[in-house]
Design a protein around this ligand. Sequence first.
Ligand SMILES: *Cc1c(COP(=O)(O)O)cnc(C)c1O
Length: 430
Amino acid sequence: MNYYSLNKQAPNTSFKDAVIKGLAPDKGLYFPENITPLHDDFFKNLEHLSHTEIAFEAIKQFISPEIPEDVLKTIIAETLTFNFPVVQLDEQISTLELFHGPTMAFKDVGARFMARCLGYFNQDNTNEVTVLVATSGDTGGAVANGFLGVKGVNVVILYPSGKVSDIQEKQLTTLGKNIKALEVNGTFDDCQAMVKTAFLDESLTSKMQLTSANSINVARWLPQLFYFIFAYKQLYKKYDDIVFSVPSGNFGNICAGIMAQQLGLPVHHFIASNNENNVVTEYLKTQLYHPKPSIQTISNAMDVGNPSNFIRIQEIYKNKFETLKDNVSSFSFSDDDTREAMLELYSKYNYVADPHGAVGYLGSKAYLKNNPNAHCVFLETAHPTKFLDVVEDVIKEKQPLPEQIQSVMGKEKVSVKVNNYEDLKRYLLK
Ligand SMILES: *Cc1c(COP(=O)(O)O)cnc(C)c1O
């Protein structure tokens, strides 16, 4: 499959090139030239297919022929080694748990898939790359874990000092080998801006091949469409009118869900559930898109002031505001709302949610008010113990630490402090 740049000022390129470059030379995000819907029978027969069969059918048109089908099958099998259970709370609401991977973040799937694609492209050691990635929390751990030990790939992770949870920090600063963590004196937006500056700095890119492992990279972004099909598989025999509520930050996950819908997945509607970083909620109200500096919240992986994937969603809906509005609703919630929702989930359903999932739950409830016949699935994007302080403070109950988390807690943090872009550049060139 070939990809074009959404800025339309760069040549179209192959999947391989899009993955290695990350961002197009004109700074645009890559987007597939075609989306061919799958046969209706595929969706009617989901109950008889395994996760790996579903994933292969759904993604192969975007990856072939640059990765041969047998290799793609192996990549998928190695990526999807854990489960994606739907937990039904009542007749109207379920949650799709995306936290059963090695770092207990939904980003594990995209990171593992992308790492294996880059590993394949670099198998003869001719395509050594440096993955440069900004994280507001969970991306860093998932990318660190997914890329650990991949030959010819160096990973440099930038994270905002003091603004990620202890567990998240441990997950991205303790692995060693080809994974380096840079602690930035600033916000996530500062980290993201530094990464973007690096990609555009020819004095740097002429010396090294940089790529990104944020959801702007097509190999990180696209495999996220699997989740929506896996959830649908678990619910379609019971409910007709399935709606997804996606806790959103950079809007990569929800945009992948919309790609699944474009492939023919019979999803009725999407809800972009936001914390107080509400550019998109405001846009859907006013049709005015005003990026803002991010605000720090308890759902910190969604503290994004200018969501990079929103432009892909607009592309899918052909830049028609009305089409977008018919398919996507958006709501924004405060930290107090979020804490109340966590408490309600616990007292009403005995369900311990993390703050991001709780925002998704709130989005479901807001939508159901006017659409009582829908069945809403909110995505639980991280395990609650990744946000231990908030969770224990709200539900007043100690949480046992899962194995994946325990294993990093005792390890020693190794990071390098950086204050500005010049520091980053010096670090990369040394
Ligand atoms: C990254 C992340 C999100 C936001 O996902 P986007 O694809 O950036 O919208 C939500 N919750 C958690 C826990 C995350 O790590």
